[in-house]
Design a protein around this ligand. Sequence first.
Ligand SMILES: *Cc1c(COP(=O)(O)O)cnc(C)c1O
Length: 428
Amino acid sequence: MRDDTRRWLEADQAHCWHPFTRQAEWCGHGHHPLVLVKGEGVWLWDSEGRRYFDGNSSIWTNLHGHGHPHLVAAIRAQLERVAHTSFLGFTHPGAADLAARLCAFFPDHTLERVFFSDDGSTAIECALKMAVQFRLQTDAPERSGFIAFANGYHGDTLGAASLGGVGRFLGGCRGLGFPVQHVASLEELHALPGKILAGTAGVVIEPLIQGVNEMRPWPAGMLAALRAWCDDHGIHLILDEVLTGFGRTGSMFACQRENVIPDFLCLAKGLTGGYLPMAATLTTGAIYEAFLGAAERTFYYGHSYTANPLGCAAALASLEVFEQEKTLESLAPKIEHLRRGLAALKSRQPLIHEIRHCGFIAGIELRRPNGEKFPPAERIGEAICLAARAHGLLTRPILDTVVLLPPLAATPADLDHALAALDAALGG
Ligand SMILES: *Cc1c(COP(=O)(O)O)cnc(C)c1O
């Protein structure tokens, strides 16, 4: 190990606290986390000079690859003008242009207002607070709760976390936050008593596929049916496209696949191409108008770095790359290549129980060849990801499901490299 690698690891283990991490193990002897120091295209380098394919797009954020010249130039040009200015009392060109660009993805008079924030969680938090305040200001104060789906994930700030259906993430904050009714399916939703519906402001869902729920897709047509149900019951539809937005499922937004327009659309991860933390909550003119008029109707919400100009520059540049490189057009054959490669891998590897796949999002569930789950203590998903690392692939599992979520820029040859690394990790 190089001296500087050792120094960084010692400082990290002495002072850093990592997300979703068992710190005692992290800091234990014999644990040697990678120190990532460089990225270029779909590749990352560690401090020992080894190269890896970025198999989960740096935690589901990166689209066009690292160090993309167009994104780097746009961020650098903005940095030379100014790094940050207040969006409270002022505006700036990047935010104005980006808000207009985002709304232009949707038909006129639908999603036409953009509220910027910093992360997926805050994009959700904004939508929830807007949805509740809207009801207060439209004579329906009893509609203060939400319906969310079992095993869903919407982020970790308190309001967003209260929607979460993944028990192991709730920790000591279980039961705090918004009142939330969880349902597992449309059938369960339809069976809810009228008393619950009368107290509901909105339904929140990850469209097409639940990411943290081990990459589980919804049945085709489910989203359109949910939209119709929301319309019938006067309940807002809040779409969490933090993961699925910006091409991951094959179209720019997952909702477009079922011709659905939500009342709130939450975007983050890929918004800046994976370069800077930034989020957006889009909503309709009808909702926005309830916040006009008397001072107390104002939406009192904001963060210091709201609409950060560097983030806006990155987001605009990312949308330009979609056009210049015809990212979505070139994605379709690559999705098919990935689908075939995953199917071939499954046919060779008896430990692969099921492949769940939607666009450039794949979950590879591992089980014993007889179909039984591995004992959780065996941590087979982690073990296979660690083994794949030695073959030049970085990714993380969710329980025993290995995630393969490549940057949209990955070529068929890059995908083959990732699949070969998994093949080798699973025993050649
Ligand atoms: C990652 C994620 C979030 C939370 O976003 P952060 O930027 O981590 O706060 C919310 N919803 C979904 C579907 C996500 O995948």
